[in-house]
Design a protein around this ligand. Structure first.
Ligand code: TYD
Ligand code: MG
Length: 458
C-alpha cells in the first residue's frame, strides 16, 4: 500500500522543517511563518533518488597542481560591478543579488547584460516579473535597446532551461527574480521556500554543468533578509546586496559572501534618469559639501573591502527637555555609540547626561568598522563643546572600554586616501607601522581617548 504523502511545515523565514504546525518557528524564533508544504521535490527525494548510483572518481589534491588557474571570469567592463564580484562573473558559478524592491536591481542587471552582450557574450535575461515589452522600455531608457541581449518572460524552471538550451551556450543567465520561479518537481506555490530552493538548485546545477554564470535576483524583506529563502544564500557561490538609503541617489553593491574573491568589497553607483552611473571616487561623494567650520563634524578614514573611503560623521549634542534624553543613530551601530558615550563620561570627564545625542553618517552611508570610534568620539565632543574640529583632519582608531585607543588595520592606506583628497592632519592610534610617509608628519597619536578630548577642548 502506498504511503500517503507526508506533509511538512516549513518556516518561510529560515527554511527549517517541522513535523507539526506551531505558531513560532523553533529555529529562528519568527512568528506565523510555518506553511504546509509537500515533501516531494526536495533534493534527493522523489524519483530522482531512485536512479542507479554512479561511481565518482576521487582525485588527489596534489595532482591538481598546475592545472588550476584562477577562476575563469566574464568581465562586464562596469568597473564598480566587476570590483564587487571580485573581478567579474565566474563561469559555472551562481551569484545572488539581493535588495529592496525598487532599489535598482533590474536596472543594474540590464546594464550589466547589455555591457556583456556588447563584448560578444551570449546573455539571456529571464524576467518573471515584467513582460518583455516592459524590459524593452527600461532598456530604451538606459540607452541599450539595440543591444543583442536575449529576453524571456518565463517563470517555470523547466521552460527556462529549455529556452536557453536553444542555440549557443549562454555565458550569462540572469533570473529576475528567484521568488517568481517554480519547478514541476515541487508542488508548493511559487515564492515558498520549497519552490525557491528547488528552483535555485536547478539553476545552480545548470550553471555547474554548462559553465554559464547564473545571476539570481532576490527581494529582501523589511527585516533585511532575502525574502523567505535565506537558504539560497548558502547554496550560491556569491551574495551581493544592492542597497541605498531612501531619498539618496547613491546605491552600494556590497559583497557579503564570495567563494571566488574578497568579501566586504563595495561598488558605488548613482541612480540617474538614465540608469546607474559608476562613482569611481566614493570619498568625494560621502564627504559632500562640507561646512568645515561647523562643530560636530569629523571625517572618518574608513576601509571598505580593499578600498579606502572617507566619510563625514556628524553629531548633534543638544540640551534635552526630556527626562530620558534621546539617543538616535543613523548609519552606525546605536549600541556602539552608547559605549563611546559611556567611555567619554567615565574616563574623560565629559557629561552627556542631560543632552540629546544624534549621530548621522553623511551621504546615507553605513559604517560597520569599529575603527570609526575615534571619529565618532571627536564629533560628539566637538558638538558638545561647540568647538569645530580642524577642517583638514581625518580620524580613525578603535576605542576600548578602558579608554585606550587601539590600532586598526590598513593605517597606511587610510592616510594615503586622506592625503590624496587634500587632508593635511590625522588623529590615529599609535601603530608599529611606519607612518613617516603619511600626511607630512602631521599626525597626532593619542594613547588615551582623554588626550584627544583635551586637545579638542584645548
Ligand atoms: P528597478 O531596477 O526596477 O528596481 P528593482 O528591480 O530592484 O525592483 O528600479 C526601479 C527604480 O529605479 C524606479 O524607482 C525608477 C528608478 N530608475 C531611475 O531612476 N532611472 C532609470 O534609468 C531607471 C531604469 C530606473
Ligand atoms: Mg526588478
Amino acid at each position: 500500500m502506498a504511503k500517503p504523502p507526508r506533509v511538512q511545515f516549513i518556516c518561510q523565514n529560515c527554511g527549517a522543517t517541522h513535523q507539526r504546525w506551531a505558531g513560532k518557528c523553533d529555529s529562528c524564533g519568527a512568528w506565523n511563518t510555518l506553511v504546509e508544504e509537500g515533501t516531494s521535490g526536495g533534493i534527493g527525494s522523489g524519483p530522482a533518488s531512485l536512479r542507479a548510483a554512479r561511481k565518482g572518481r576521487a582525485v588527489a589534491l596534489t595532482s591538481l597542481d598546475g592545472d588550476i588557474e584562477d577562476a575563469p571570469r566574464i568581465i562586464s567592463g562596469i568597473g564598480e560591478l566587476d570590483r564587487a564580484t571580485g573581478g567579474g562573473f565566474v563561469r559555472g558559478s551562481a551569484l545572488l543579488v539581493g535588495g529592496d524592491p525598487g532599489i535598482g536591481k533590474s536596472t543594474l542587471l540590464t546594464q550589466a547584460a547589455a555591457a556583456l552582450a556588447a563584448r560578444g557574450h551570449r546573455v539571456v535575461y529571464v524576467s518573471g516579473e515584467e513582460a518583455v515589452a516592459q524590459i524593452r522600455l527600461r532598456a530604451q531608457r538606459l540607452g541599450v535597446a539595440t543591444s543583442p541581449v536575449e529576453l524571456a518572460a518565463e517563470t517555470n524552471v523547466e521552460d527556462i532551461l529549455a529556452t536557453i538550451a536553444d542555440g549557443r551556450r549562454p555565458d550569462l543567465v540572469i533570473i529576475d527574480s528567484i521568488q517568481t520561479l517554480w519547478t514541476d518537481l515541487a508542488d508548493s506555490a511559487p515564492g515558498t521556500v520549497t519552490q525557491v530552493r528547488a528552483a535555485a538548485q536547478a539553476m545552480i546545477r545548470y550553471a555547474k554543468s554548462t559553465g554559464a554564470a547564473v545571476v539570481l535576483v532576490g527581494h529582501v524583506t523589511k527585516e533585511g533578509q532575502i525574502a523567505g529563502p535565506r537558504v539560497v544564500e548558502h547554496m550560491v557561490d556569491a551574495v551581493l546586496y544592492f542597497e541605498g538609503e531612501g531619498g539618496h541617489h547613491y546605491r552600494i553593491l556590497r559583497t557579503v559572501k564570495n567563494r571566488f574573491g574578497p568579501t566586504d568589497e563595495i561598488g558605488v553607483f548613482e541612480m540617474s534618469d538614465k540608469g546607474l552611473r559608476e562613482v569611481a571616487n566614493p570619498s568625494e561623494l560621502f564627504l559632500g559639501e562640507r561646512h568645515a567650520k561647523a562643530p560636530g563634524a569629523a571625517v572618518f578614514a574608513g576601509i571598505e573591502g580593499t578600498r579606502p573611503v572617507l566619510v563625514e560623521i556628524q553629531a548633534l549634542v543638544a540640551a534635552s527637555s526630556l527626562g530620558t534624553p534621546r539617543r538616535a543613530v543613523v548609519g552606525w551601530d546605536g549600541a556602539r555609540m552608547s559605549m563611546i558615550i559611556a567611555v567619554l563620561e567615565a574616563h574623560c570627564g565629559v557629561r552627556f547626561g542631560t543632552h540629546d545625542v544624534y549621530l548621522n553618517v553623511a551621504g546615507g552611508y553605513r559604517i560597520s568598522e569599529p575603527a570609526a570610534d575615534l571619529a565618532v568620539a571627536a564629533a560628539l565632543v566637538s558638538s558638545l563643546t561647540g568647538l569645530a574640529l580642524p577642517a583638514d583632519c581625518v580620524y580613525f582608531g578603535e576605542i576600548s572600554l578602558s579608554g585606550a585607543v587601539r590600532p586598526v588595520a590598513h593605517a597606511q592606506q587610510r592616510l594615503k586616501e586622506a592625503e590624496k583628497l587634500g587632508f593635511g592632519q590625522a588623529v590615529l592610534p599609535r601603530t608599529s607601522e611606519d607612518l613617516a610617509g603619511g600626511i607630512g608628519g602631521k599626525a597626532f597619536q593619542p594613547a588615551e581617548l582623554a588626550d584627544l578630548v583635551a586637545r579638542i577642548a584645548g
